[in-house]
Ligand binder design. Structure first.
Ligand SMILES: Cc1ncc(COP(=O)(O)O)c(C=O)c1O
Length: 433
């Protein structure tokens, strides 16, 4: 919109460019699964901002709870006790899997993965293990130092300036699109053997593993056998297994937590994004034994667990339950995946892969001429969709992701996918240009 240019220009002038890179639209209002600008344009939102608004944008029940917390004249209490924090924690722990006894509340996902690393290492030190942490190539765990060290791209670590010898990354075990007979338990053992070859004994030098439940940019899940082998090894040697559920938690994958698809019980669960439905809330969940390892006072942070975010977190859990949104995510996810698979069937040389579970999915684009990853076309499709009134997740690489609020209606889901079909079907005729 021409009228929006001054706002975009001001942001360009006064804000670090490191914040930028999204489609050039100016959000004025977002309600449920739609976004509006000030000039009457409306978009179907297949992003949930970035997998945050799981219970719908500006969800009335959550907004009312936050307003009530504001009206109660208690905006902040640092780590002094509040009733709303106690109520929320009780509810959060009750909603979590059986082994979870305690939680630590923070503001961002990166703090949650950092806290997991800290707890893994304290546990390791106490049980005679080294400080090593194993994570996966291509994964993303946040932007702070520890999280970046565990993140699996060179780009996210280059600024650090050194390679930390206690961080190890295994190759992400990508499954072939049409299924395969790979021995995934064996693939995990081969990674351990490679570590041993470098003089690192995983049973002695490692404190724990951090797994992004699905690899973010591609919505690709681990092979179940791989995760089970990892979990068995960790259990056998007393190592901690942490899942980064910042993106995959709170109903996104059709389960409350994405790791449930693997049939394993993690020791630590990192939560963020959808946990507060838009308010800055994150959490580390685990057994009382693990979460009580850090000394009193060692995990507090100025803004963690303030009354507003606790009210939002509690109301989010209530909404997920009251509106059956986890099951809705699974149901609508089947529609989403079926539509994407049909689209791939029409364009097998352009769409190399379709991944996803529940209401998160990705298509991976390839150049039909040579099969190489095709980030440029992914960007063109996202821009064309924006022009036609739909926002997809623009990853900046060869994938496009889909993650609408779990509240999206079936009709809106189909409408957004019709737009995707129209663009991709018209690609070679230049319709998306
Ligand atoms: C899997 C995962 N972990 C951690 C983070 C970091 O969360 P935050 O941006 O709230 O620090 C993200 C954010 O995109 C994420 O997707």
């Amino acid at each position: 919109m021409p009228e929006s240019l001054t706002i975009l220009e001001d942001l360009g002038r006064y804000e670090t460019r490191a914040m930028h890179g999204q489609m050039p639209i100016v959000w004025d209002r977002a309600k449920d699964f739609q976004v509006w600008d000030r000039w009457g344009n409306c978009w179907l939102d297949f992003t949930s901002t970035i997998f945050v608004a799981n219970a719908g944008h500006a969800n009335q029940h959550i907004t009312d709870a936050v307003k009530a917390a504001l009206d109660a004249d208690l905006v902040h209490s640092y780590s002094y006790a509040t009733e709303i924090r106690a109520s929320y924690l009780k509810r959060l722990v009750a909603a979590a899997p059986e082994g979870v006894g305690k939680a630590y509340l923070m503001s961002t996902g990166t703090e949650a993965t950092e806290a997991a690393m800290r707890v893994m290492r304290i546990h390791g030190a106490k049980t005679g293990k080294g400080p090593g942490i194993i994570s996966f190539d291509g994964s993303y765990h946040g932007r702070t130092l520890g999280a970046a060290l565990m993140s699996g791209t060179e780009d996210s670590r280059r600024w650090i300036g050194h390679d930390d010898p206690n961080h190890h990354r295994f190759a992400f075990p990508f499954q072939r699109p049409c299924g395969d007979n790979t021995d995934w338990a064996g693939a995990f053992q081969a990674e351990l053997a490679a570590l041993r070859d470098r003089g690192i004994d995983p049973a002695r030098d490692i404190s724990g593993f951090l797994l992004e439940t699905y690899i973010g940019w591609a919505a690709a899940f681990f092979p179940v056998d791989y995760v089970r082998a990892l979990s068995d090894f960790a259990q056998q040697h007393g190592l901690v297994v942490a899942f980064d559920e910042v993106q995959s938690g709170f109903g996104r994958t059709g389960r409350l937590f994405g790791f449930e698809h693997y049939g394993v019980e993690p020791d630590l669960i990192c939560c963020g994004k959808g946990i507060g439905n838009g308010l800055p809330l994150s959490s580390l969940l685990g057994s009382a034994e693990l979460l009580d390892l850090p000394e009193t006072g060692l995990l507090s942070s100025t803004h963690s667990a303030n009354p507003l975010v606790c009210a939002a977190g509690l109301a989010t859990l209530e909404e997920l339950e009251r509106r059956n949104l986890v099951a809705e995510s699974a149901r609508k996810g089947q529609r989403l995946l079926a539509r994407l698979n049909r689209l791939q069937g029409r364009h097998p040389d352009r769409i190399a892969q379709v991944n996803g579970k529940g209401l998160v999915a990705a298509i991976i684009l390839a150049d039909p001429a040579n099969g190489e990853p095709d980030g440029a076309t992914a960007s063109r499709i996202c821009e064309a969709a924006m022009r036609k009134g739909v926002l997809f997740v623009h990853t900046g690489r060869e994938s496009i992701k889909f993650g609408p609020p779990l509240t999206i209606t079936d009709a809106a889901l189909e409408e957004g996918l019709d737009v995707l079909d129209e663009i991709v079907d018209g690609l070679d005729g230049g319709a998306a240009a």
